[in-house]
Write a protein that binds this ligand. Sequence first.
Ligand code: NAP
Length: 340
Amino acid sequence: MESYNITVVGGAGIVGREFLKVLDDRNVPVGRLRLLATARSAGKVVEFRGEKITVEETSPASFGRDDHVVFLSASGSASKEYAPIAQALGSFVIDDSSAYRMDPEVPLVIPEINAGDLEWHRGIISQPNCTTTPMVLALNPIHRVNPLRRVIVSTYQAVAGAGAAAVAGLAAESRAALEGRHEPSGTQKREIAFNAVPQIDVFAEDGYTKEEIKMANETRKILHAPEIAISATCVRVPVFFGHAMSVWAEFERPIGAAEARALIAAGEGVTVVDDPASEAYPTPMDVAGTDAVLVGRIRGDSSLPGAIALWTLTDSIRKGAATNVVQIIEEAARRGLIRR
Ligand SMILES: NC(=O)c1ccc[n+]([C@@H]2O[C@H](COP(=O)([O-])OP(=O)(O)OC[C@H]3O[C@@H](n4cnc5c(N)ncnc54)[C@H](OP(=O)(O)O)[C@@H]3O)[C@@H](O)[C@H]2O)c1
């Protein structure tokens, strides 16, 4: 693989920092690396492969023609402001926010599923929500041979999915609560320590939250299946790393647990950990800090024969964000889609 100049907006954030680790883990060749953030982090020094990189404040003038890859990992509004600038300069822009995910001119890519969509990019590629990714990776191996019709999913989402401040918030709230004090950090909609909060993002008029709507819309776009019916309930739980979810799915033809398990086990990017006899199933601690998407508790639904239920997880900042982005860069480089 050729080496590319990479600029990260949000380079001091939890995903931005993990992105550097993943580049290193996967030995991705990097030319000039720049880390951009707000004035809060400007001046901080981050080490990458023995080189000290000073974080700079982002402005519209931060971008240039020598930025081969621009990774936007800051916020939806920062993406809306900076993506068109970097795109106009010819950079290969990958956006981690929801700003462009449903834009029909922007591919939304999980490389194991729809790498081919990179071919029609116009400069901006979008990265799915960290909750969408494990569910779609778990269901796609069945969907490819037996189209997915309906999904009901409830999530158990770690605080890392809400950024570095939310991780610090859970730690601080937990310490206070163990000393008998309730001190909400304001990083979730309610105090999160020893609690479970059924609201991530804001509510839409239909009673679903935007996080739940994203899971539905993004799944349909990635799988190229606009007719799939999806109902999601997204819940924040006091777990630091590792998003988990309980998924119920119905396909065009009835399917049993054994067939579903075999298909998922043969799928790309997923690993089955599922043996009730030995009480084997995955938990958030098993995926934290890894790139794994683990699937367990695969069973036939007792209320509707032919449908299945399962449990799947991934670390939201690894395969849910940083690792998927690095895979997009590797795949686009292999296909010659990044301009130098
Ligand atoms: N955490 C996850 O699991 C996850 C998964 C998928 C997608 N995402 C998305 O990834 C993005 C980053 O999330 P995160 O979890 O890494 O958040 P984070 O830990 O809060 O970090 C955000 C980073 O973005 C920078 N930033 C914020 N607003 C900016 C602006 N207007 N201009 C320039 N830089 C700005 C911050 O700068 P300072 O350091 O100066 O504050 C910080 O470095 C978000 O769009 C999020 O939705 C996150």
